[in-house]
Design a protein around this ligand. Structure first.
Ligand SMILES: NC(=O)c1ccc[n+]([C@@H]2O[C@H](COP(=O)([O-])OP(=O)(O)OC[C@H]3O[C@@H](n4cnc5c(N)ncnc54)[C@H](OP(=O)(O)O)[C@@H]3O)[C@@H](O)[C@H]2O)c1
Length: 432
């Protein structure tokens, strides 16, 4: 039995996630109290939008538009940050921890940018910050790295952690849609925001990969360390060739360790179509982890949405409430190993798919092969098609054997300078 009758909760933000969390706290109050060992009492809700507070049907006295009323309330033990973005979330979280409160956040951006700072401040203050919902929505991931996978040396993470782009890619693959049409459809269905930049340019998954890579590989990663490319360069032609060659195209977040050197990157990849990850479609997320003891494990589920995400937020609240109730202070520290280094993208080694438009003449392929050969890049297969006889244009698609990125970039620059090459239409890395 714990010592507390209730634990005070302050909620910052009554949007999609904050609203869902408040609803679960109310509707499942008894069951949650049984799990936590005491009542979870919502004491204050920060929300500046009066329409939202009125629509919520919650006690109007709970609401405030002044963050100081939440952060300065001595009855509040746990602050839930559900505002999103960097500022003011960063300031509020720091202040909450400095005042000795525990924090739960669903905010990947603020955790990717400032997680290590929050965690060391929390340790100093004997409190904790939990962030299960920041990656993969309702999929239990962070706790798995902090606890269940601890005995392992993790060698690789391959993750589909952006539902918006996975939906768009699924529609492009299954219906042959162009990128712009698939994006418009995703926006109409509410899967993509009006400004979709963070998703389609791979920024959102690079925040999430920053968080996972720090936990898995014990290396300090900042969001700007993650190489990222989006999906807007992909065309329906790439999907047709991928299918012909036995692949699906996915936006993958990849982190791998070899010899104390860690690569962290987010970009579209060709994935062999029989892999489980290649079959993850629509808005679903999946994270595949490889550990020396456990082998390959796959976490799969809804990576967003109010209900699934509230599952992770509420679990974090219960976890903290149990600890507060029992009077145990255990901050989970990020154990960072300074001897590990991050590998720049130029040093990675992978296979490549290359699609280019050339003049339709004999000898073109020989010129391209010579450039690749001189840089140590071997071709594993070629598809050559006449795409427009009247315009004298052909399309050549190449797959290479593993090659270093720097050599591949140099080869592409030289190929593009050939007078017989109109353009390199696209290139995609292959993840076998
Ligand atoms: N939506 C998901 O499926 C999902 C899944 C996983 C994680 N997350 C994360 O959860 C967090 C919240 O996302 P969300 O989808 O719930 O966003 P949202 O619907 O935009 O909710 C944010 C709420 O916070 C309020 N707010 C923002 N700044 C404020 C301030 N300074 N003072 C008072 N209120 C403020 C906003 O009010 P106004 O609208 O009036 O500005 C809005 O009601 C984000 O970090 C997001 O990445 C979301």
């Amino acid at each position: 039995m714990g010592s507390r009758e209730s634990i005070g909760i302050g909620l910052m933000g009554l949007g999609v996630i904050g609203g869902a969390v408040a609803k679960v706290l109310t509707e499942k109050a008894d069951a949650l109290a049984a799990e936590a060992g005491c009542v979870l009492r919502l004491r204050k809700v920060l929300e500046k939008d009066l329409a939202k507070t009125r629509a919520s049907k919650m006690d109007p006295d709970l609401f405030t538009a002044d963050a100081a009323e939440v952060l300065g309330d001595p009855e509040i033990d746990i602050v839930i940050e559900a505002l999103g973005g960097d500022r003011p979330a960063y300031d509020f979280i720091k202040e909450a921890i400095a005042k000795g409160k525990c924090v739960v956040t669903a905010n990947k951006e603020v955790m990717a940018k400032h997680g290590p700072e929050f965690l060391s401040l929390a340790k100093e203050k004997g409190v904790d910050i939990l962030y299960e919902a920041s990656v993969g929505g309702g999929i239990p991931l962070i706790a798995a790295f902090k606890q269940d996978l601890l005995a392992n040396d993790i060698s690789a993470i391959h993750a589909i952690i952006n539902g918006t782009t996975n939906y768009i890619l699924t529609r492009m693959a299954s219906e042959g849609l162009d990128f712009a049409i698939a994006l418009e459809e995703a926006q109409k269905l509410g899967y993509a925001e009006a400004d979709p930049t963070n998703d389609i340019e791979g920024i959102d998954p690079s925040y999430k990969l920053t968080i996972l890579a720090m936990l898995a590989f014990h290396v300090l990663v900042r969001p700007e360390d993650v190489y990222h490319e989006g999906i807007s360069r992909l065309s329906s032609r790439d999907f047709r060739y991928a299918r012909e060659l036995g692949y699906e195209i996915k936006l993958l977040a990849i982190a791998k360790e070899k010899d104390d050197s860690i690569e962290v990157r987010v970009h579209p990849v060709f994935l062999p179509k029989d892999l489980l990850l290649a079959k993850v479609d629509g808005v679903y997320n999946a994270v595949q982890v490889e550990g020396d003891l456990v082998g390959r494990v796959l976490f799969y589920g809804q990576g967003a949405g109010p209900s699934a995400t509230s599952s992770a937020v509420i679990a974090d609240i219960i976890n903290l409430a149990q600890r507060i109730n029992l009077g145990v202070n255990i901050t989970h520290e990020l154990k960072l190993n300074p001897s590990k280094r991050l590998k720049p993208i130029s040093e990675i080694e992978t296979r490549y798919y290359l699609r280019m438009s050339t003049v339709d003449r004999p000898g073109v392929l020989a010129k391209i092969s010579r450039i690749l050969g001189d840089l140590g890049i071997s071709i594993s297969s070629v598809i050559q098609r006449e795409s427009d006889v009247s315009a004298d244009v052909a399309e050549i698609v190449l797959m290479t054997y593993p090659a270093q990125e720097s050599a591949m970039q140099k080869a592409m620059a030289e190929i593009e300078r050939l007078d017989v090459v109109r353009e390199i239409s696209n290139f995609v890395r292959v993840e076998d």
